[in-house]
Design a protein around this ligand. Structure first.
Ligand code: UDP
Length: 244
């Protein structure tokens, strides 16, 4: 919730948002499984104007060896924004924000990945944000799940993610960059639809307990929509006409 622009109309009298969406309408989401020939698994996602590529490598040996765990595999995640991904050039060096988002995504994925099946090894997830427009952590988490599945990593479920939020005292689904900057709350949610478990929940802004519950409810329903698109991406690659 950055600098709030009081002049921006986030919700008009007909309940239409600044980008023409209804309150419960996600942005256009396109997910493609595969695409990177040098990765063990990969995925590309367009989530509104967010464009993100994910490559997965492993399970593979851990260097240095003392970082490995004899009982379980380890998951390593790097979330990185290209300098050109945002309007004002981003310094290519890892920022505190990128380090935090890498950790949050890793911890959101861990419950879904059967790391105990490959002890002493590591699975590396590289996330490249090519274009950012609010909600990159959710889009990246969604694509990372597909890339892990594409790599054949045994999983209990996939993690689907989307943000709920609040603008003009109204709960909305899928917060875009303007709504993030000028709105009242942004709540990214990661959810495993089959296990019915939330693995990521953050809140930036202010909500009443009732609004909080509604955001979780709206967010979980949104994650189920995202999950259908994750499955479709994998089906298109492995059973359909998708090349990759
Ligand atoms: N952003 C930016 N410059 C930065 C970092 C972020 O312009 O250095 C924008 C970008 O569009 C991003 C949005 O701010 O998607 C919201 O960032 P936030 O930290 O809330 O994470 P996100 O919503 O992307 O998960």
């Amino acid at each position: 919730m950055g600098g709030r622009d009081a002049t921006m109309v986030l919700l008009d009298e007909n309940g239409i948002r600044c980008d023409g969406r209804k309150v419960d309408e996600p942005r256009r989401i396109m997910i493609k499984a595969g695409g990177l020939k040098n990765a063990d698994g990969s995925a590309y996602i367009e989530f509104g104007d967010n464009k993100i590529l994910v490559g997965v490598f492993g399970p593979r040996d851990v260097h240095p060896k003392h970082m490995s765990n004899t009982d379980t595999g380890i998951l390593r995640v790097r979330y990185h924004m290209e300098p050109f991904s945002v309007g004002e050039r981003k310094n290519p060096a890892p920022s505190r924000r990128e380090i935090e988002i890498s950790k949050v995504i890793k911890e959101a994925l861990e419950p879904a990945v059967m790391l105990d099946k490959f002890p002493r090894t590591a699975v590396d997830v590289f996330i490249e944000v090519l274009q950012a427009d609010g909600g990159t952590r959710c889009a990246a988490l969604t694509a990372a799940s597909v890339a892990l599945a594409d790599a054949g990593i045994p999983m209990r479920d996939m993690v689907a993610a989307i943000a709920a939020g609040k603008v003009a005292d109204t709960v909305i689904l899928d917060v875009n960059n303007e709504e993030d900057q000028a709105g009242q709350a942004d709540m990214p949610i990661g959810y495993m639809p089959n296990l019915e478990k939330i693995t990521l929940l953050q809140l930036d802004g202010v909500l009443t307990p009732e609004e909080y519950k509604k955001c979780v409810q709206v967010g979980v329903e949104g994650c189920k929509l995202v999950y259908d698109l994750q499955k479709k991406a994998l089906q298109d690659k492995y059973f359909g006409n998708g090349a990759g």
